[in-house]
Design a protein around this ligand. Sequence first.
Ligand SMILES: Cc1cc2nc3c(=O)[nH]c(=O)nc-3n(C[C@H](O)[C@H](O)[C@H](O)COP(=O)(O)OP(=O)(O)OC[C@H]3O[C@@H](n4cnc5c(N)ncnc54)[C@H](O)[C@@H]3O)c2cc1C
Length: 371
Amino acid sequence: MTATAERLADEFDRLVMLVGDQTEEWDRAGSIPRNLLRDLGSRGMLCPQVDARYGGIGAGSLDTGEATARIGSLCSSLRSVMTSQGMAAWTIGRLADSGQRQALLSDLVQGRLAAIGFSEAGAGSDLSAMTTTIRREDGELVVDGAKVWVTAACYADFLVIVGHHEDGAGAVVVPTTAPGVRVRRVGDPLGCRAAGHADVTLDSVRLPLDALLGGTSYSLPMLVTTALAYGRMSVAWGCVGILRACLRATTRHAAKRRQFGRPLAEHQLVARHLAELFVAEQAATRICEHASRCWDAGSADLVVATILAKHTGASQAVKGAASAVQVLASAGAHDGHVVARAYRDAKLMEIIEGSSEICQLILAEHAVATG
Ligand SMILES: Cc1cc2nc3c(=O)[nH]c(=O)nc-3n(C[C@H](O)[C@H](O)[C@H](O)COP(=O)(O)OP(=O)(O)OC[C@H]3O[C@@H](n4cnc5c(N)ncnc54)[C@H](O)[C@@H]3O)c2cc1C
C-alpha cells in the first residue's frame, strides 16, 4: 500500500466513526451537518487529488477512486458532495493561474466548500444552449444567468459558474454570499436527498476581474469536458460504492433469512441475484481501475475509459440496487434503508455527468471510428 493510500485509509476509518449510523437520518432530513463537511474538507477528504503543495493529500486517480467508492458505499449524498468539491478543485487546478490555484485550492483543503454549475433549464444534455453570460464592465466582471440542480450548492461557500465570455466561455468563482446570488434548494429530489442540490440565480453579480479562472476565455466544449471528466470518474467509483453496499446487505440478509425451511441464499432464483450482484460489483470495479490507471499514466485512452466506467457503473448500479431490493423485499422496503436509498440514488447516476444515452452516443462514435 502506498503512503497516500494508507493516509486515505486512516482518514476513511476516522470518517466512518464521524458518520456513524447517521446516513439514514441524513437521507430523511435531506441534509448533512455542514460542520461535518467542513471537518472532512479540512482533512482533504472531499478532494483528495489536490496536490500537497496546496495542503492537499495529492492522491492519484486510483487512490482517490477507492476512497470515493468507500464513501459511496456509506452514503451517496456525501459522495455527491465529494464529487462536486472534487470537480470544482479539478477545474480550478486545470484552468486557474498560479495565484488563483494557490488561494482557492488551499481554501478547499481547509474546509471551505464548493460546487460547480453548468446546467440550465434550457441546457441539460446540450450545454451549448446555455445562456449565462460573464462580461467585463467598468473594471469588473458581471455575471447573469440561472443554473439548475447544482449539487452541494446549499453547502457551498463559493460556486464555479460556467458561462459565455467574449468569443468563448469562461469559469468564474462566485461567493454564494455575493449580492445578486440566490441559492434555492431543490425540493424532495428522487435520490441523494442530502446532497444539497439547488437552483442558483445570478442577477447582475459583480465580481473582481481575478474571479475569472485563468483570466481568459476557453472553448466551451474544452471547459465542460475538463470538469465533466473528473465528475464522471468520481460518479463511476461512487457507483462501485453503491454496488458494494448492496452486495453486503443482500448477501448478509440472504444467508440469515429463512423461507421454506432454508436460507434465501440456497434458493436458486435468489442465488442468481447474488451472483449477478457480485459480477456487477467486480466488473464495475475492474473497469474503474482500468480508467483510473489511464488517468494516472496520462494515457490518451482516458476519455473513452472514463465514459465506459461511468456508463457501466451507473447501469450496473441501477440493476444491482433493484436486485438488492428484490432479495430483501419488505426488509429493505422502507425509507432510509441502505438498499432503498441505493435504489433511488442509483437511478440518478444514469442522468448526471452525461446521461446513459449521451455516454452511449460517445461510445458508439468511438466504436465506429476504431472498428
Ligand atoms: C441529482 C442531480 C445532480 C446534478 N448535479 C449537477 C451539478 O452539480 N451541476 C450541474 O451543472 N448540473 C447538475 N445536474 C444537471 C444534470 O447535469 C442534467 O440533469 C443532465 O445533464 C441531463 O440534462 P436534463 O436533465 O436537462 O435532461 P435532457 O437533456 O432534457 O434529456 C432528457 C432525456 O433525453 C435524453 N437525450 C437528450 N439528448 C439526447 C440525444 N442527443 N440523444 C439521445 N438521448 C438524448 C437524455 O439522455 C435524457 O434521458 C444534476 C442533475 C441531477 C438530477
